[in-house]
Design a binder for this molecule. Structure first.
Ligand SMILES: *[C@@H]1O[C@H](CO)[C@@H](O)[C@H](O)[C@H]1NC(C)=O
Ligand SMILES: *[C@@H]1O[C@H](CO)[C@@H](O)[C@H](O)[C@H]1NC(C)=O
Ligand SMILES: *[C@@H]1O[C@H](CO)[C@@H](O)[C@H](O)[C@H]1NC(C)=O
Length: 230
């Protein structure tokens, strides 16, 4: 029965109506993030991660835990533990995230990864747009830095965040520049009964304000050009 529904869904594309759909075992109950180079953006949009480098974790970390794109996918292992920068006070268990990689062999250190498929779902009460237990952040710079030191006004290092639950099939997001690093942590004071009012949708920071300044310059330049013509 379930197989028939899945087959039906595959042919008609009406995933949203199929409540019996369950994610593959390796994604169930986990935060899952897959990355695509520009050339594979269509696979991201189609939510097809079968050939995408993917990181999953079942952990909701106590502290912000950062991964360098180039470090994590070139690890000599498909699973491990990444410690948070901030450490637990006196707790014998270090803060951090145990992780598993899928399709790690497809990582290309020369590719520019600009598309992210992210899936964060409360499997028991899945509801897109409600607060997720996870908070995901993504940076252009390595080491989860949001500004280039010495060039604090540079507009080519945007960063992003999301902590709303995604679609059960995940959501594809695009970045303006290649992804340098990303971070995972838990939503503070997470409450499963909380209404869907205050989670953070996918938002870009760091470039927008500069874009406004650029628009101002453009208008000034146009005015100057008109003055010259007149
Ligand atoms: C990677 O792992 C293999 C098998 O465990 C080991 O033989 C090899 O030396 C490792 N390579 C590096 C660079 O750590
Ligand atoms: C990635 O981006 C860099 C810098 O913009 C560029 O030099 C390089 O050719 C790009 N690589 C690919 C595979 O597109
Ligand atoms: C990320 O890479 C930088 C070097 O590019 C390194 O200094 C930093 O410790 C790395 N951060 C993590 C979380 O691995």
């Amino acid at each position: 029965m379930k197989a028939a529904i899945l087959l039906f869904a595959a042919f008609t594309g009406v995933w949203a109506d199929v409540d019996l759909w369950r994610p593959p075992q390796e994604l169930y109950g986990r935060l899952a993030i897959a990355f695509f180079p520009d050339s594979q953006g269509d696979s991201c949009k189609a939510k097809d991660i079968s050939r995408a480098i993917t990181l999953t974790t079942p952990i909701i970390p106590e502290a912000n835990t950062c991964f360098n794109m180039s470090d994590i996918f070139s690890m000599n292992s498909s699973s491990g533990f990444q410690k948070s920068k901030q450490q637990s006070g006196g707790d014998p268990i270090p803060w951090g995230v145990s992780w598993n990689l899928i399709n790690q062999d497809l990582y290309d250190e020369n590719a520019n990864y600009t598309h992210t498929w992210v899936r964060m779902v409360n499997e028991l009460v899945p509801q897109e747009g409600r607060t997720s237990q996870w908070f995901y952040e993504q940076y252009t710079l390595p080491d989860c830095q949001d500004v280039r030191l010495g060039h604090e006004k540079s507009d080519d290092v945007p960063f992003y965040w999301i902590n709303c639950q995604t679609d059960k099939h995940g959501d594809c997001k695009t970045a303006a520049y290649p992804i340098g690093s990303f971070a995972v942590w838990g939503t503070l004071n997470y409450d499963v009964h909380e209404s869907n009012d205050n989670c953070r949708k996918w938002t870009e920071f760091g470039a927008a304000s500069t874009a406004r300044i650029n628009a101002g310059w453009l208008i000034a330049a146009l005015v100057m050009a008109m003055l010259v013509v007149v």
